[in-house]
Ligand binder design. Structure first.
Ligand code: ZN
Length: 328
C-alpha cells in the first residue's frame, strides 16, 4: 500500500475476504458472472456494482477503453485488488448486458430481444465506441423501421411480428424513443419511418413523452409537424381518390342483395370515416391497410387500376414530405 491510498475514494480491499467485509460507503457488490480473479481492471457502476475484467478484452471491443488503457495511468489512479479502477456513470444492468456481449455470453441477446435491452446496447455501444454492437443495433432497428416507401408498403411487422428482432412493448411509444435515438446517434436512415410510427401516438402521449424523458422538445416538434402533415396527406389522398373514377366506370351494387348500382365516386365519398379513423398505430404508411384491405375491394374493376395509381402516387408525395421533414 503506498502513501497515495489515504487520499483515494476507494481503499484497497485485498486484505479483507469478500464475505467478511463490513458494509462501508466505498464497498461494492461484485458482479456474479463478470468478476474474473485474473482480471486486471475493475469497472464500478453508479449503483456500486463492480466488474473485474481484462483490459485486453475491453480494448478489443471498445475504442474508448482501448484509448483509455493506452494512456499512462496517473500516479494517483485508484486501485483495488491491485487493479486499475474505472468509475462509470452508467447503471450496472445496462453495463452487464454490454459486457456479457464482450465475453460472448450472448444467450440473452440472441434472437428477438426487448426494446429496453436495445436501448441500453444502443446508448452504451455509442458511448463506449463499440462498433460491432452499434451496427447490430442499427440492423435490428432498420428491420423494424423500413428505410424506403417500398418497404413501408410491405413492412415485415405487418405479416410476421413474431420474427422481428426486437420485441416492442408498445409500438408507438417505443417509436418515440427510436426517434430520439435516431437523431442523437446519427441513424438518420430510420428517422422518417420512426417519426411516422411515433406520430401515430395521441397528442397527449406525444406531449407526455417530454416529461417521461422519452424525447426532448425538438423531437416533439418534429413529430407534431409530421402528424399535421400526415393528417393533411390523408385528406389530400381521400380527395384525389374521390376524383379517380374513370368514365367507363361500371359501378358496384349497393349491397350483395341489391340490384341498385352506385358509382365508384359515390362509394369513395362514403369511405371518409375509414380514412379519418386511420389511427391504428400500425406502421402501414398513410392508409395503406385501409385502402388495400377495405376500400379497394369496394370499387369496380374498371376503375380499380386508376385508383391504385392515384393511391401510390399520393403515398409517394406524403413519403417525400416526411423525408424532407426529417432532413434536419
Ligand atoms: Zn368504377
Amino acid at each position: 500500500m503506498n502513501d497515495n491510498t489515504s487520499s483515494l475514494r476507494l481503499q484497497p480491499i485485498e486484505l479483507e475476504p469478500c464475505a467478511k467485509r463490513r458494509k462501508r460507503d466505498d464497498e461494492i457488490q461484485q458482479h456474479g458472472l463478470l468478476w474474473f480473479e485474473d482480471g486486471n481492471v475493475i469497472l464500478i457502476t453508479e449503483d456500486r456494482v463492480g466488474f473485474k475484467l481484462h483490459k485486453s478484452v475491453l480494448s478489443l471491443h471498445s475504442d474508448l477503453f482501448k484509448d483509455m488503457f493506452i494512456l499512462p495511468q496517473p500516479v494517483e489512479s485508484a486501485e483495488m485488488d491491485g487493479c486499475f479502477v474505472v468509475h462509470l456513470q452508467d447503471a450496472s444492468s445496462g453495463m452487464a448486458t454490454l459486457l456479457k456481449l464482450f465475453y460472448n455470453h450472448n444467450s440473452s441477446y440472441s434472437g428477438a430481444v426487448s426494446f429496453s435491452l436495445i436501448q441500453d446496447v444502443c446508448h452504451l455501444s455509442h458511448k463506449y465506441q463499440v462498433e460491432r454492437w452499434r451496427v447490430d443495433v442499427l440492423m435490428r432497428l432498420s428491420h423494424c423501421y423500413p428505410q424506403d416507401l417500398a418497404s413501408q408498403r410491405h413492412p415485415h411487422i405487418a405479416n410476421t411480428p413474431l420474427t422481428l428482432p426486437i420485441h416492442f412493448q408498445y409500438w408507438t411509444l417505443d417509436s418515440m424513443n427510436v426517434v430520439n435515438m435516431a437523431i442523437h446517434y446519427e441513424m438518420k436512415a430510420i428517422l422518417p419511418s420512426a417519426v411516422y410510427a411515433a406520430s401515430q401516438a395521441s397528442m397527449t402521449e406525444l406531449v407526455q413523452g417530454v416529461s417521461d424523458g422519452r424525447w426532448d422538445m425538438d423531437d416533439l416538434e418534429l413529430c407534431l409537424k409530421a402528424k399535421e402533415m400526415l393528417a393533411f396527406a390523408t385528406e389530400e389522398l381521400f380527395h384525389q381518390l374521390c376524383r379517380a373514377s374513370l368514365p367507363e366506370c361500371k359501378g358496384v351494387p349497393e349491397s350483395s342483395s341489391s340490384l341498385l348500382v352506385q358509382s365508384c365516386t359515390h362509394v369513395l365519398a362514403k369511405s371518409w370515416p375509414y380514412f379519418h379513423a386511420d389511427k391504428s398505430g400500425t406502421p402501414f404508411f398513410v392508409a395503406h391497410h385501409i385502402w388495400f384491405y377495405r376500400i379497394r375491394k369496394m370499387v369496380c374493376s374498371k376503375c380499380r387500376p386508376n385508383y391504385d395509381n392515384v393511391f401510390r402516387q399520393q403515398q409517394g408525395v406524403a413519403w417525400k414530405r416526411l423525408e424532407d421533414l426529417c432532413t434536419i
